[in-house]
Design a protein around this ligand. Structure first.
Ligand SMILES: [Zn+2]
Length: 115
């Protein structure tokens, strides 16, 4: 198995780890001989999947199609939300509780939380 990384946050995703995989391939229609591209697998970690689904629609028709599919998964069963929640809890568990002198999440996690 090749090493996969979350497309959005670059977190490594080991095989069997909870994640969302988007499979993408192209094939010719009405043209002989029919050609089919290799399939690409794009992965999102649970947090990014839920975050994307809760966020505004992205730009671009392909992005929008993927967003719709991820929203469908997130909306249809709480298991993915639960996985995201567990991962987030594991990260927060390594930080001091809110209200202590320790660093706050917003200061240390960097990147994609913007207020
Ligand atoms: Zn991610």
């Amino acid at each position: 198995m090749e090493n996969m990384y979350c497309l959005r946050c670059n977190r490594p995703i080991e095989s069997g780890q909870k994640s969302v995989a988007v499979y993408l391939f192209a094939q010719t229609v009405g043209i002989k001989p029919r050609q089919k591209s290799a399939a690409q697998r794009i992965c999102f970690c649970p947090q990014c999947s839920v975050s994307l689904a809760m966020g505004p629609p992205p730009e671009g028709a392909l992005n929008l199609a993927a967003w719709d599919m991820i929203r469908d998964l997130v909306a249809s069963d709480p298991a993915l939300n639960q996985a995201a929640w567990e991962n987030l809890g594991a990260v927060l568990g390594t930080l001091p509780p809110t209200g202590t002198a320790g660093p706050r999440l917003s200061a240390t996690s960097g990147g994609y939380f913007e207020f």
